[in-house]
Design a protein around this ligand. Structure first.
Ligand SMILES: [Zn+2]
Length: 137
């Protein structure tokens, strides 16, 4: 079995056999941030707890890159996703460029996002449209 690492330490955590994105919820101001950080970025409180993030959100904005970037092949769609708890998350969106629009609903997927030359699989997340008819994992 190949070695697996999470793309950013602590960003994903296994819960009930599934990988979920983990953020920090501030117990003082109530806001949630991602990725998890030691201090609340809104009020600088250290009174934060790790919480799983919502798995669906709304595309706030996006851009499409039409050249290869690192291990990713174009077109690469990167976007900001607004989650119901008020957190804005950046991620890739796996969708057809022509079906992208701001305000569309997306859901998170976790899994291997690239494989290093030594075979190490890097685990991360991306988003897919909620109302896709193409099935998928
Ligand atoms: Zn706070």
């Amino acid at each position: 079995m190949s070695k697996q690492v999470v793309f950013y330490p602590g960003a994903l955590e296994e819960r009930d056999g599934k990988l979920v994105q983990m953020g920090h919820k501030c117990k003082d101001c109530g806001k949630t941030s991602y990725p998890a950080v030691e201090l609340c970025p809104f009020c600088s409180s250290e009174n934060v707890e790790r919480v799983p993030l919502s798995t669906t959100g709304t595309v706030f904005s996006y851009s499409i890159t039409r050249v290869p970037v690192g291990p990713f092949k174009p077109p690469i769609i990167g976007g900001y996703i607004d989650l119901p708890e008020g957190t804005r998350v950046f991620g890739q969106i796996h969708a057809k460029a022509e079906e992208m629009k701001t305000g569309m609903k997306v859901k998170v997927r976790t899994g291997v996002i690239w494989t290093e030359k030594d075979g190490t699989e890097v685990i991360g997340y991306h988003y897919v449209p909620c109302e896709t008819g193409s099935g998928g994992a």
